[in-house]
Ligand binder design. Structure first.
Ligand code: FCB
Length: 444
């Protein structure tokens, strides 16, 4: 497999997100985010880690973009920290220092030939909005649209690729049902209302983006999973369909104009979200691409008594796994993309995230031989190539992640970077996987 096997205009990138790398949480007039609050709540994040310093990207971004340039990627996906753009406790106007920061960042990307792909929401909600109910409160939708307006007015001339939300499933359910992500709530009904408001804010933000950034391509990035039943029994098949209904279809169906899947609405009963007239039409606002974040497949079994959904995810034995215990299944990506194209026919698909964590060892000479990550990357790129060859409209691949970073509830214990970060010294070292990606991209 070589780079030249892929289309010429294929986007080759890597991804990051604001809270996971920036640090500088008290600088440039940034306000508190729900992740600051959550990480500082004892017991929420492993080892009590927080994003206070993270990769110190707020100060070290020139070095980080130099690394990306050396990798040879032509696109860079990052996210904007909403709390840098608004401090609602002080003012309803955007914070100029925050806008200036991203202005410099984008110019820094462009100067190095990195096409900026901006995500507007990668989980760091201003705490001030959470204090008023967060995404469960419909006024947050309006606030998101205003924030989108402020940022796209300032950067819409230089950013041509906008992603509204990153993995709304995670925001809604990890944050508000499981409680293992910020804001740490455990309320299924709230989580479902949150999911609706996330989708609505996506739809309502699109015309604003198009207005301020006339040539822009817009989409959302979903975490999608190929699913299979634990057995051929009718119960397991039905459970798999239910799981698919909440994990995949709950977001894909309304985005592609079908409203919420009725089989799931029925299962949810009075937990289903309040949907006002016009909401579904707004959510179905046409997009230019679908961002797919792919990590692992799931096997599903019927489980009577297991909550409203009555199902469980089964972990098979003897399968290859990453350091997160996630199954390694490049073929799952082919299965997933084929299904998405068959059922929803998005114009273009970009793999906006894909990557792996392993226990990296830094040798005495500073090298990191992360052969498992290299193999993961190679096999997933081969899967992407297979989809391209079968004419699926896959137009780019963004590796997660450029740098080791703050891995949410796992703190700094899980490393996904192509570049190793020593969090004591902030020294960056390209791992062997990063060297492989670089050589691949340079056609070596
Ligand atoms: C995804 C998130 C991303 C990162 C990877 C490992 O769910 O979007 O921020 O944490 O997982």
């Amino acid at each position: 497999m070589q780079r030249s096997d892929f289309p010429k205009d294929f986007r080759w990138g890597c991804s990051t997100s604001s809270y996971q790398i920036e640090g500088g949480i008290h600088e440039g007039g940034r306000s508190e985010s729900i992740w600051d609050r959550f990480a500082n709540t004892p017991g929420c994040v492993k080892e009590g880690h927080t994003g206070e310093v993270a990769c110190d990207h707020y100060h070290r971004w020139p070095e980080d973009f130099d690394i990306a340039k050396q990798l040879g990627v032509n696109a860079y996906r990052f996210s904007i920290a909403w709390p840098r753009i608004f401090d609602y406790s002080k003012s309803s106007s955007p914070n100029v220092a925050g806008l200036d920061f991203y202005d410099r960042l984008v110019d820094g990307m462009l100067a190095r030939g990195l096409e900026p792909w901006a995500t507007l929401y990668h989980w760091d909600l201003p705490q001030h909005l959470q204090d008023q109910g967060g995404w469960a409160n419909r006024t947050t939708v309006e606030a998101f649209v205003n924030y989108t307006d402020a940022i796209t007015r300032r950067l819409g001339d230089r950013i041509q690729h906008w992603i509204t939300h990153n993995e709304p499933w995670c925001t809604a359910f990890l944050g508000n049902k499981e409680g293992c992500h910020a804001p740490g709530l455990k309320d299924f009904k709230v989580a479902l209302q949150v999911s609706h408001h996330l989708l609505l804010s996506h739809g309502l933000a699109i015309p604003v983006i198009r207005q301020n950034s006339p040539n822009a391509k817009v989409g959302a990035a979903l975490s999608l999973h190929p699913l299979s039943p634990a057995s051929a029994s009718a119960e397991d098949l039905a459970a798999t369909l239910r799981h698919d209904g909440l994990r995949n279809r709950w977001f894909l169906d309304p985005l592609y104009g079908r409203g919420y899947p009725q089989d799931i609405v029925k299962v949810l009963g009075n937990l289903a979200p309040t949907v006002l007239e016009g909401d579904l039409k707004a959510i179905a606002e046409p997009t230019d691409f679908l961002g797919v974040n792919y990590y692992f497949p799931e096997i599903v079994a019927h489980a009577p008594g297991q909550g409203v959904m009555q199902l469980t995810v089964v972990e098979p034995e003897h399968v290859e796994r990453t350091g997160f215990n996630w199954q390694v299944a490049p073929d799952g990506l082919v299965r997933l993309l084929s299904r998405v194209v068959k059922d929803y026919a998005p114009a273009h698909i970009f793999i906006t995230e894909n990557g792996s964590t392993y226990d990296d060892v830094v040798l005495a000479d500073g090298s990191i031989h992360d052969s498992q990550r290299t193999s993961f990357l190679q096999r997933h790129l081969a899967a992407v190539l297979e989809t391209v060859k079968s004419d699926l409209p896959v137009r780019g691949y963004f590796a997660w992640s450029l740098l080791d970073n703050f891995e949410w509830a796992e703190g700094y214990l899980k490393r996904f970077g192509l570049t190793h970060v020593d969090f004591q010294t902030q020294k960056r070292r390209l791992k062997a996987s990063g060297e492989w990606y670089r050589d691949f991209l340079q056609g070596k």
